[in-house]
Write a protein that binds this ligand. Structure first.
Ligand SMILES: [Zn+2]
Length: 125
C-alpha cells in the first residue's frame, strides 16, 4: 500500500496541531463571549440547559459547539498519527488522497465514502 512520506506526515501533524490550538482558543473565547452576553442580558439563571431566547447568544453557543466538535475530530486525527493509522479511510480502508488530507487534515474518510455518507446521512457528524 502506498504510504505517506515522513515529510507529508510532519506537515500534516504541524497543520493539525495548529488547528487544535486555534480551535481550543476559539471554543474558550466563544463560550466566554456567550457567557458575557448572557450576563449582560441578566438571564444567567437560564444558563446551560435552557435557551436564552436571544438569537445572538444562541448563535455564539452554536458556533462554539461546532468548533468543539471539530476540535474532537482534530484530536482524533492526531491520535491516529501517533498510532500509525492516519490517512486511511475508516470506511473502505483505502488511503485518502493527499490533496484531500492537505485540505482537510482531520478527515476520517476518503472522498467517495464521504460522499456516500452524505448521500445516506450515515456517519456524518
Ligand atoms: Zn473510503
Amino acid at each position: 500500500m502506498r504510504r505517506l512520506s515522513d515529510k507529508q506526515l510532519a506537515w500534516l501533524r504541524a497543520e493539525l496541531e495548529q488547528r487544535r490550538a486555534e480551535l481550543r482558543h476559539a471554543v474558550i473565547s466563544l463560550r466566554e463571549e456567550a457567557k458575557d452576553a448572557l450576563a449582560n442580558l441578566d438571564r444567567s439563571d437560564v444558563f446551560d440547559e435552557e435557551p436564552s431566547g436571544d438569537p445572538d447568544v444562541e448563535r455564539t453557543f452554536q458556533v462554539a459547539d461546532a468548533a468543539a466538535e471539530r476540535l474532537v475530530e482534530v484530536e482524533a486525527a492526531l491520535e491516529r498519527l501517533d498510532n500509525g493509522t492516519y490517512g486511511t479511510c475508516e470506511v473502505c480502508g483505502e488511503l485518502i488522497a493527499i490533496e484531500r488530507l492537505e485540505a482537510l487534515p482531520e478527515t476520517r474518510m476518503c472522498l467517495e465514502c464521504r460522499r456516500e455518507a452524505e448521500r445516506t446521512g450515515i456517519g456524518v457528524p
